[in-house]
Structures are given as structure tokens and as C-alpha cells.
Design a protein. Structure first.
Length: 94
């Protein structure tokens, strides 16, 4: 996710979040905390770049909520991501 152009179409960024979702959930199933932590940082950095349009941000918010439901990331971590998505200033770390 670090190589993604921030000037490209937002729809392509959504596709990358779907890919991240797949990778993160597989890492959780495999019990790989290192990979989960590395993706957490990448997702945190990428989240502010998908705030609009609202259809995209709502799809990404759904991914974050699924992570919380499935205990991929803690409720606090998901709250931080949702804050970044909604443009709230939040300096929390996953």
C-alpha cells in the first residue's frame, strides 16, 4: 500500500483496501502477528486518502467494522481508523 499513487482514482484505492482486508484476515487465521502489525501501519497511513466520495469511505468503514467484529484488530484500533476516515484528528497507533 505504500506504493499507491495518491493521485490515482479513488476506486482503485478501494480495491487495494479489499486486498488488504483479504491479507489481514488470512494473517489473523494463520496467527501471524508480525504481518498484522505491518499491515496495520500501512492501512493507517492509507486511510486519510480515501475519505471521499462517501460511497468509498462507507465501504472502507464496513471493512474496519468487520475487523472489529472478527477481532482482527482491537476496538480501539478500529475506532482510530474510523476517526482517520471521518477526518477527525486522532494520533492513536494501532
Amino acid at each position: 500500500m505504500q506504493c499507491v499513487s495518491l493521485t490515482g482514482p479513488v476506486e482503485k484505492r478501494l480495491t487495494l483496501f479489499y486486498l488488504a482486508n483479504d491479507v489481514v484476515q488470512h494473517a489473523k487465521r494463520k496467527g501471524d502477528p508480525t504481518l498484522l502489525n505491518q499491515w496495520a501501519v500501512a492501512v493507517q497511513k492509507a486511510t486519510p486518502h480515501v475519505r471521499s466520495p462517501s460511497s468509498i469511505s462507507s465501504a472502507i468503514a464496513r471493512i474496519f467494522k468487520i475487523w472489529e467484529e472478527r477481532n482482527v484488530y482491537s476496538a480501539d484500533a478500529v475506532t482510530d481508523l474510523l476517526s482517520l476516515l471521518s477526518n477527525d484528528i486522532n494520533l492513536g497507533v494501532l
